[in-house]
Design a protein around this ligand. Sequence first.
Ligand SMILES: [Zn+2]
Length: 128
Amino acid sequence: MARSADERAALADAKARLDGLQLYPRPVALRRSVRIVTAPWLFRLPWFRRFDGYTMWDLILLRAPLREVSGDLVCHELCHVWQMQHRPVAMPLSYLHRGYAANPYEREARRAVAETAPGGAASAPGGG
Ligand SMILES: [Zn+2]
């Protein structure tokens, strides 16, 4: 299934923000497999309950419909896509041995959102 117009716009906005940063050698690639899917059932599971969004490689999963989600959350999750495009093994494994809260990739994604916030205001989306 092709991306919806909302999905294309959300991904393009988030990519434009991340393209202003130089965290990795190549910009995040919006290849065909990068998708945003709303999956409320996932966020009822114990590990996922604390998140509003969660990214597995190129797949961004959201608790709420995309229209109800902030650009900051999409930016945070697309930053994880970017990380996984450059660190496909080390990044996901880091959550096993470093945990979530102090995870360096998590901090990097939060910083990416804060540094590219349109109003300059830092917010704290509940992104996984
Ligand atoms: Zn995160």
